[in-house]
Design a protein. Structure first.
Length: 151
């Protein structure tokens, strides 16, 4: 029995390992789309002086003192509340770069964000991070002083 061509194409689409909600529209690379559902507990590191003044993945000039971060696939401009698992200190950062390039970490903070969390000396920390709205970010005075233009 011959399978109609349309049935074959539909089957290929349905069993494809990459679904359309995992693709970033207009991207030159396949990256997962914003499928961030809730808080994540993971390890983070920070970067600073060596990258200061260089161009980030979204085209901005990296400012090591700004409250920014690099993530592998969250959209640029995403705001995250990053909370140190041990101390409860938190900082709100804006995604403006790609990284980190270490398998055991999911977020690279700017030096300024790491300093706010108190993890500069440790270098790596376990944190919880979650997406926040612009209104939530604007209510944090430290974040608001750096990114008042977002509100």
């Amino acid at each position: 029995m011959r399978v109609p061509l349309i049935a074959l194409i539909a089957t290929c689409i349905l069993v494809s390992p990459i679904s359309k909600d995992q693709l970033a529209v207009g991207s030159t690379k396949v990256v997962r789309q914003h499928a961030f559902i809730g808080p994540t507990l993971d390890r983070v590191s920070w970067y600073g002086e060596w990258h200061h003044g260089r161009t980030t993945a979204n085209g901005e000039q990296f400012d090591m003192f700004a409250l920014t971060a690099a993530h592998r696939y969250l959209p640029f401009g995403t705001l995250l509340r990053v909370t140190d698992f041990r101390t409860g200190r938190f900082v709100i950062v804006r995604i403006n770069d790609r990284g980190p390039y270490w398998d055991d970490r999911s977020l690279d903070l700017s030096y300024g964000a790491a300093e706010q969390l108190g993890i500069v000396d440790k270098g790596i920390a376990r944190v919880r991070f979650e997406v926040v709205t612009k209104q939530e970010a604007a209510s944090d005075p430290t974040f608001a002083q750096y990114f008042s233009h977002l509100s």
